[in-house]
Design a binder for this molecule. Structure first.
Ligand code: IPE
Ligand code: IPE
Ligand code: MG
Length: 608
């Protein structure tokens, strides 16, 4: 992600100022000034954090935050009906697309944002989901549980925070999270959002909003009614106390910034200190919380900020930042517009023999097919070729699965590409497999199909570029509605179960679940992909009859299907054959009479 060398110059931060970076365009300078004022007014805590960034990055920080604030304001305008507010948010987001293509805007906040994006090579397409989520806020929010609350947070807040991370990365002071700290980071952002929700509780309640999950409200009987009536009661106090404890836990992630650039680490660590101070102010406010947003005292803030300013100044003065040269023109710099791309999503290429999928009755179609793609090595050996050749041809077979799945109308396809046990192979082979997957994500033929791509597995030991490409594709394709393709890379079923157990243990410690009442649903909600449906059909090629640590939770009732051929020899017709075979199976799920293949099993009773 380092900007082109000919487009940047290296310079000591102290010789560069925001003024020298932005240049002499008065309209642009006024636009950035407005963004600065908007950030300071809307979110003073964010404003002081931006002041801890190197001078050259601050205008970009203001532009990003001002844009988020403007959208929030549009969504909140009390003079308008929800539908009108939603339309205003939508119009703003759409205008941004046009402005990005034009390289400028008549709206000052968008003008600064477009300039920031082009100057720092930010791909703002990642914000589209966040903007849609802000638009949907206008119709009110209800979260059944913490899982729903967190997915709102990762949809609406995380993409903005990610832009700031990219900014640091582009400047050569990456907020590089150790890959095993990504979850810490997501939790930290959840904590920031919970802190905001608690701080603004009073004004939200005036507008009829209570942005806490039902699960949390129900744990304190009476608290919800009291808060909605803006009545401070013991139940309401207990609820708020538990929420501030939880937020404090979430924002306290000491290991997250270990090994990070000290300037970037100071920004994150200081934001954690400020949030804890903010939560202290919420605790201290008591009934006043229902009237106004509490703030920590000036003395408390100064105690946090004075040493942070010294630390950050020192860190940046020792750092050689990469600062963009002249802005790239919009034509070359505008990132491809995924929405425009998505309207042009094409059908998969036809099978070379013109084969078409069989007709399967809707109630006989599996919802979810999972495949152990095995036999690449033996296929190559049979032909006197290196194993890498088997993996190369195997990748084309994986594309065929996606084409076949789209053509037959399958909803979920999960492919096992690399297991946690595959590290036992020599590094030449593991790197070939992983590099081929990364190339496929960057330029493969699945990119332009109606496929929502997801990744399941552990990040550690994987090359960082691969993890970034996986996350990028997940973001880029998340609005697609055709096939959900989950690729399992560095995936182990037992690891998934152990991680889920750890998440449940955390939830129990935080008081979100009661250990003795944990049932299958609670477990499923804490899986890394809680919305992944049960596997209906598990197919393995390569003449082996085992599941090799693949999807143990989801596949407990899967129909198993083993075929002798090696993976590189399969094509979409084999997937159709597997589905046809499945449609003839009789599934009972423990009952005495048959049920149709897709009928869900009766709900298990919860342990009491
Ligand atoms: C499956 O093929 C691909 C991966 C496990 C990555 P194999 O590489 O296991 O092929 P065989 O089983 O050795 O033939
Ligand atoms: C399973 O295949 C893993 C993948 C297909 C990615 P393996 O070839 O690694 O499994 P075993 O060694 O036969 O169990
Ligand atoms: Mg194998």
């Amino acid at each position: 992600m380092t900007p082109d060398l000919d487009a940047v110059h290296q310079a000591r931060r102290r010789r560069l100022t925001a003024r020298s970076l932005i240049g002499g365009d008065p309209a642009l300078r006024a636009a950035y000034r407005l963004c600065r004022r908007t950030t300071r007014r809307h979110d003073p805590a964010i404003y002081v954090l931006i002041q801890l960034m190197p001078t050259v990055l601050r205008p970009a920080g203001w532009a990003l935050w001002a844009a988020a604030s403007v959208l929030d304001d549009l969504a909140d305008q009390q003079d308008a009906e929800p539908a009108d507010r939603a339309a205003r948010v939508e119009a703003w987001a759409e205008a941004l697309q046009g402005d990005l293509a034009a390289g400028t805007s008549r709206d000052p906040v968008r003008h600064a944002l477009v300039d920031t994006a082009l100057r720092w090579r930010l791909d703002l397409s990642g914000l589209r989901g966040a903007m849609s989520s802000t638009r949907d806020d206008t119709h009110g929010r209800h979260f059944a549980d913490w899982a729903a609350w967190r997915s709102w947070c990762s949809e609406e807040v995380l993409p903005w925070a990610d832009q700031v991370r990219h900014l640091f990365e582009q400047a050569g002071a990456p907020m590089a999270l150790r890959l095993d700290r990504q979850e810490d980071y997501a939790r930290f952002v959840d904590g920031a959002q919970l802190t905001d929700v608690l701080t603004d509780l009073g004004s939200d309640l005036v507008q009829g909003r209570l942005l806490l999950p039902q699960e949390a409200l129900d744990a304190y009987p009476g608290a919800e009614d009291d808060l909605r009536l803006r009545r401070w009661s013991p139940a309401a106090a207990a609820l708020i106390g538990a929420m501030t404890d939880l937020a404090r836990q979430w924002v306290t992630r000491p290991a997250m910034t270990r090994g990070m650039h000290p300037g970037a680490a100071t920004v994150l660590d200081t934001s954690a200190c400020l949030m804890r101070a903010q939560l202290g102010a919420v605790d201290a406010a008591g009934p006043a919380l229902l009237k106004r947003s509490p703030r920590p005292s000036l003395v408390t803030r100064a105690r946090i900020l004075a040493p942070a300013r010294i630390r950050s100044r020192l860190a940046w003065s020792l750092t050689s930042l990469t600062v963009p040269g002249p802005r790239r023109s919009a034509v070359t710099a505008s990132a491809p517009d995924p929405a425009a791309e998505d309207t042009a999503l094409g059908p998969p290429p036809p099978h070379p023999d013109g084969a078409r999928p069989p007709r399967i009755a809707a109630d006989r179609m599996p919802s979810h097919v999972a495949v152990v793609m095995d036999g690449n090595g033996r296929w190559a050996r049979q032909r006197g070729l290196p194993r890498s050749e088997g993996h190369r041809v195997g990748a084309a077979a994986a594309h065929e699965m996606v084409y076949g799945a789209l053509e037959i109308g399958l909803r979920h396809l999960t492919l096992y590409a690399f297991s946690t046990e595959n590290w036992k192979r020599d590094t030449g082979e593991t790197s070939t497999i992983l590099e081929a997957i990364r190339r496929d994500l960057d330029e493969g033929p699945i990119r332009d199909l109606d496929v929502r791509q997801r990744w399941s597995g552990r990040p550690d030991h994987l090359p960082e570029e691969l993890v970034q490409a996986l996350q990028r594709e997940e973001r880029r394709t998340r609005a697609r509605t055709g096939l959900t393709l989950t690729v399992c890379i560095n995936y182990g079923g037992r690891d998934e179960i152990a991680r889920t157990a750890a998440a449940l243990a955390e939830a129990a410690r935080a008081g979100d679940v009661i250990p003795r009442l944990i049932g299958e649903d609670d477990f499923a909600r804490h899986l890394p992909h809680p919305d992944m449906p049960d596997v209906d059909l598990l197919w393995r090629t390569g003449n082996e009859q085992r599941t090799s640590n693949f999807l143990p939770w989801h596949a407990t009732y899967a129909e198993l299907y083993f075929t002798p051929g090696y993976w590189p020899d399969v094509d979409r017709r084999d997937l159709w054959q597997a589905i046809t075979e499945y449609s003839r199976r009789q599934r009972r799920h423990g009952a005495a009479t048959l049920i149709s293949p897709r009928q869900p099993p009766p709900a298990p009773s919860r342990p009491i």
